[in-house]
Design a protein around this ligand. Structure first.
Ligand SMILES: C[S@@+](CC[C@H](N)C(=O)[O-])C[C@H]1O[C@@H](n2cnc3c(N)ncnc32)[C@H](O)[C@@H]1O
Length: 296
C-alpha cells in the first residue's frame, strides 16, 4: 500500500518554521483576545523571532500544529509561556521621578489627611503591571519615608502582572546595578543590602508588597481588587489597543475609592479613553482623580 506524507504549510521542507503575515495575525489575535496586548504588523519580526526560538526549543517545526495546540488543547500552560516570552518588562526603581514626587508630596498627603479625618487608616495601592517589582518596591520605600506613623496604618501594595517569570523575580527582590541606578543614595543605603548577584530589597520594604498573578483583561479578578486609593498602571496600556484600554480603565474606576488617584506612564493619557476622572495639574504634570462626590 502506498502512502503519502502531507507536509503542513507551517514548516518548510528543510524544517524551518514558516511564520508569514497570515500566521502572525492568527497568533496576534489569539494573544489580543486573551490579554489585551495588541501587536501591530510592524512587530511581526519581534514576535516571529521569539516564537521561532521557543518552538525550536520545544522541538517543534510546524507553526500550524503549534497554533492548533495553543487554541484547542492547551490547558493554559503553554499560552502562559508564550505571554512570558512576548511581554516587555522594562522597568527600574524610581522610574518617572517627578511623578513619584507629586504622588509622595501632594496626592498621598491629601488622601491620608482625608482618611485620618474619617478615622479609617487603611491604604490600598495597586501596581498594575508591576513587572519585576521595582515599581511596587519604590512605592513601598516612599510610604516608609512619608508616613511617620506607618505602623498605625493598614497598608497593602497589591502588585500584579500577567508574566509569571517577572513575578518570580519580583518575589526574589534581588536586583542588578541597572535597576537601582536612580535610587537616591540615602535610600539605597537604608533599604538595600548587597547579596550574591546584586542588591536585595530589605524586609520592611518587602512586607508592604503583595505579589499576585493577574491578567488585566480578566474581569472577574479585576473586580476582586476593591477599595483602591491609588492605582499605578504605568507603561502597560501602551501595549493595548483603544478598546482594551477602555475596558481596563473602566475596571480601575469601579474598584477605586472616591478621591483616589490613577497614575499612567508619561507617554500615556486618559484623554481618548474616559472623562470619568477629574484632571488635575500638579507641578506641571497631569494626574487623574476619581471625583469625591459622585458615582459614575
Ligand atoms: C513595561 S512593563 C511596566 C512596568 C512598570 N509599571 C513600570 O512602569 O516600570 C509592562 C508590564 O505590563 C505587563 N502586562 C502586559 N499586559 C498585561 C495584562 N494583560 N495584564 C497584566 N499585566 C500585563 C507586562 O507583563 C509587563 O511586565
Amino acid at each position: 500500500m502506498s502512502s503519502i506524507s502531507i507536509r503542513s504549510r507551517g514548516a518548510t521542507r528543510s524544517g524551518e518554521v514558516v511564520f508569514d503575515v497570515s500566521r502572525f495575525i492568527k497568533l496576534r489575535d489569539l494573544i489580543y483576545v486573551k490579554t489585551g496586548i495588541f501587536f501591530e504588523e510592524k512587530k511581526l519580526y519581534y514576535v516571529k523571532k521569539r516564537v521561532k526560538e521557543h518552538m525550536t526549543a520545544l522541538g517543534m517545526e510546524d507553526f500550524d500544529t503549534y497554533y492548533r495546540f495553543l487554541k484547542f488543547r492547551d490547558d493554559g500552560t503553554e499560552f502562559q509561556k508564550l505571554v512570558n516570552l512576548l511581554t516587555t518588562n522594562e522597568t527600574y526603581f524610581f522610574r518617572e521621578f517627578d511623578q513619584l514626587a507629586v504622588f509622595a508630596e501632594e496626592c498621598l498627603y491629601e488622601v491620608c489627611t482625608r482618611k485620618e479625618a474619617g478615622g479609617v487608616k487603611r491604604l490600598r495601592i495597586w501596581s498594575a503591571g508591576c513587572s519585576t517589582g521595582e515599581e511596587p518596591y519604590t512605592l513601598s520605600i516612599i510610604l516608609l519615608e512619608m508616613l511617620d506613623d506607618i505602623a498605625s496604618w493598614d497598608v497593602v501594595i497589591e502588585a500584579t502582572d500577567i508574566d509569571t517569570d517577572a513575578l518570580e523575580k519580583a518575589r526574589r527582590g534581588v536586583y542588578g546595578k541597572r535597576s537601582v541606578r536612580f535610587v537616591p543614595g540615602e535610600y539605597f543605603k537604608k533599604y538595600f543590602e548587597p547579596v550574591e548577584g546584586g542588591y536585595r530589597v530589605k524586609d520592611p520594604v518587602r512586607k508592604l508588597v503583595r505579589f499576585s498573578h493577574l491578567n488585566l483583561m480578566d474581569s472577574k479578578k479585576m473586580h476582586s481588587m476593591k477599595g483602591m486609593d491609588f492605582i499605578f498602571c504605568r507603561n502597560v496600556l501602551i501595549y493595548f489597543d483603544e478598546r482594551s484600554r477602555k475596558e481596563v480603565v473602566a475596571h480601575f474606576y469601579d474598584v477605586m475609592n472616591p478621591g483616589g488617584y490613577i497614575f499612567l506612564g508619561h507617554s500615556e493619557s486618559l484623554s481618548r479613553i474616559t472623562t470619568a476622572f477629574t484632571i488635575k495639574k500638579a507641578d506641571g504634570l497631569i494626574v487623574y482623580q476619581k471625583p469625591l462626590d459622585r458615582g459614575r
